[in-house]
Design a protein around this ligand. Structure first.
Ligand code: GRF
Length: 199
């Protein structure tokens, strides 16, 4: 049965776009809704233009009351009946209670070769540490931040002239290859690791 996917974005949504563009033909999933905490997210405008359903819940009025924010998210998602969630540059931390409702059905992309460099500023931190390689990871979401079973990684060699900005751009290109490849497998129930080598 085709899986209905909710994609969560906070910004430009280039990963969301890569996922949506891949969900055609014999793909085992289809986009059900693009959700954001930010009405001005570029990803929301793009999804609307494609005729994809969108939903927005601004986190700010909740003033840090995460359970109330998440209750509003669940209410907004319900009419779209998603089977799974892809976090794609969603910049809000979700509580364990929300994550537990989606165990085994929620995945995320993170711009580092996990378990290295959880959290923010991953590119600068990889450079600072003198890493020879860097990349991105798609993983199942569990209550611990940027943790959970790894479903795929894409890696590249860091060049002497790389800056945090050039690395971010190079890794983002890899993200757009890795995330759709993982979603295709995962939505079909296949959790084997996807391994992508980048340039
Ligand atoms: C990506 O680098 C993603 O890994 C990170 O935030 C960025 C989102 O980019 N979590 P986009 O909104 O998909 O263009």
């Amino acid at each position: 049965m085709t899986k209905r996917v909710a994609i969560f974005v906070s910004g430009g949504g280039s990963n969301m776009r890569a996922l949506v563009e891949d969900m055609t033909g014999d793909h085992p999933a289809r986009p059900a809704v693009v959700f954001s905490n930010n009405a001005d997210a570029g990803g929301i405008a793009w999804a609307k233009a494609q005729g994809i359903a969108t939903a927005v819940v601004d986190h700010r009025p909740f003033k840090g009351d995460r359970p109330a924010f998440e209750a509003a998210i669940s209410t907004a998602l319900a009419p779209h009946a998603p089977d799974m969630i892809c976090l794609a540059g969603f910049m809000r931390v979700l509580t364990g209670a929300f994550i537990d409702q989606w165990t085994g059905r929620m995945i995320n992309i993170h711009p580092s070769l996990l378990p290295k460099y959880k959290g923010l500023h991953t590119h600068a931190r990889a450079l600072e540490a003198g890493e020879a390689e860097h990349g991105c990871t798609v993983h199942e979401v569990t209550a611990a931040l940027d943790d959970g079973p790894i479903l795929g990684q894409a890696r590249l060699a860091i060049n002497a002239e790389d800056t945090a900005e050039t690395l971010a751009a190079r890794v983002l290109t890899l993200e757009h290859r890795l995330y759709p490849a993982v979603l295709r497998r995962f939505a079909a129930g296949d959790k084997r690791m996807v391994d992508v080598q980048g340039a």
